[in-house]
Design a binder for this molecule. Structure first.
Ligand SMILES: [Ca+2]
Length: 454
């Protein structure tokens, strides 16, 4: 382990002043990049949720550094998975990522250039298909939903690849691997084998602290597909049942990742591998009376990024702001490969090295032309342009966003400053959506309003 660490520090970008060698693979370390689907940041035991069992993901969290203020920036589509994954693989915001010309940089393309054997195993639907093309190996596993065992098909194919990489020169080519696992779990339909369902008592599943029977105003997307996964009012019993299914699915998926880690250990490659674990975005499941991810609350857009590997600080949390599209340049930096200069993402390596406490001071979020949010420090402002509504939360005192401070006269100045910051961020990312409507829609809703749409 000591030798591995020394090797890493002298061959990768983690060592200050180490130049990337253009002669081939800059580092002999492998990279395993796990991207889960619709997994809330708080559904990992080691991230502070005692109610869920995730021993294998816990292992990554305990052996690495977790960025707890990382975000999916939002998206132009109700299938937020698609823009989220496009941002990750193109290293750009959702405003500019779709306009990139054919041949523009992708994470897999950069890893090919860095001398890696690139392999992706994951879903096809709601993915950025163009970013799949540069992978040397790509396997679609959408049929995993039909097996009834979340994560199994991804793990089976990953293990097949790893054996091939080790034993078959045509696959391994004497190069380190970049293995990207992007399966469809724990996205709905939420199916888990009975033994995993049995691990959770439906009647004792903790409700989210911001649970509500229905969302208190019209955010513009109250009846999209995800929101129809439970009737109105959202009852405590229904939310507990859905959380039971969700947690069971995550525990099952976690055990499948454990199979992959076991193979890596048996091959002697685990300590020689950088692990990156994140989710494409979160989901509501009862929080704020919502079910889906078509909103900008923390439970939906906050996504943890955990990075573990030789030389990376262990069992550490960083509060630094990050976007998921920072992963692309960060991985490049970790393997000592210069990131393409055109990316909007920023490398988090200076934070991992302890040379910086942050690389961004603002987080800007958006969903279609219906919602915008900005965060600076602990303050988060959300804006709903179609109804001219604003919310202000102090995330330090109110991490679950339950006390809107917009009507507080002491906050008038802060609201003005954050609205100006939002406009500045719009300019920065090329977002032209209006923040105000001349003829705003009706904001008020009640239970009858929801029932009439059921
Ligand atoms: Ca997703």
């Amino acid at each position: 382990m000591k030798a591995t660490r020394r090797h890493f520090l002298t061959t990768s970008g983690l060592a200050a002043g180490t130049a990337w060698s253009a002669s081939g693979a800059a580092s002999k370390l492998n990279v395993l990049f796990i991207l889960t689907d619709d997994q809330r940041q708080d559904t990992v035991h080691a991230r502070g949720n005692p109610a869920i069992q995730t021993p294998n993901l816990d292992g990554i969290v305990r052996s690495g550094t977790s960025f707890v203020n990382a975000y999916c920036m939002g998206g132009y589509s109700a299938a937020v998975c698609l823009p989220s994954r496009m941002m990750i693989h193109r290293g750009r915001s959702w405003f500019s990522a779709p306009e990139q010309p054919e041949g523009a940089p992708t994470l897999a393309g950069s890893m090919n250039e860095a001398g890696y054997v690139t392999c992706r195993i994951g879903k096809r639907f709601n993915e950025d298909l163009r970013s799949h093309k540069p992978f040397a190996f790509n396997t679609y596993v959408d049929q995993e939903m039909k097996t009834g065992t979340p994560g199994k098909l991804v793990a089976d194919r990953a293990i097949e690849f790893l054996h091939g990489w080790k034993k078959d020169p045509a696959v391994g080519q004497g190069k380190p691997f970049f293995l990207h696992l992007a399966g469809p779990a724990p996205h709905d339909p939420r199916i888990a084998p009975p033994e995993y369902l049995a691990r959770y008592d439906m009647n004792r599943m903790p409700l989210p602290p911001n649970y509500k029977p229905f969302h208190p105003f019209d955010n513009g997307e109250l009846f999209i597909r995800d929101e129809k996964l439970a009737p109105w009012p959202r009852t405590e019993a229904e939310i507990r049942r859905q959380l039971r299914d969700y947690y069971a699915m995550i525990t099952c998926m976690d055990e499948q990742f454990g199979r992959v880690f076991r193979v890596l250990r048996e091959m002697g490659e685990y300590d020689n591998t950088i692990l990156v674990f994140t989710e494409d975005q979160g989901i509501a499941i009862g929080s704020h009376g919502l079910m889906g991810k078509q909103n900008l609350y923390e439970h939906s857009m906050n996504a943890g990024i955990t990075i573990a590997g030789p030389g990376i600080p262990r069992n550490r949390k960083s509060g630094a702001f990050a976007y998921l599209f920072d992963i692309f340049p960060t991985i490049c930096d970790l393997v000592g490969m210069p990131a393409p200069g055109s990316l909007e993402g920023k490398s988090l390596l200076p934070i991992l090295r302890g040379q910086a406490t942050g690389v961004r001071d603002t987080i800007f979020l958006g969903y279609k032309d219906l919602q915008r949010a900005v965060r600076r420090g602990d303050w988060k402002l959300l804006r709903y342009p179609k109804i001219n509504k604003t919310q202000l939360f102090d995330l330090r005192k109110d991490p679950y966003e339950t006390r809107d401070l917009c009507a507080d006269p002491h906050q008038t100045g802060r609201i003005g400053e954050l609205m100006a910051l939002m406009q500045q961020q719009q300019k920065l990312f090329g977002d032209t959506a209006p923040l105000t409507s001349e003829k705003p829609g009706r904001a008020e809703v009640d239970l009858e309003f929801f029932k009439s749409r059921q």
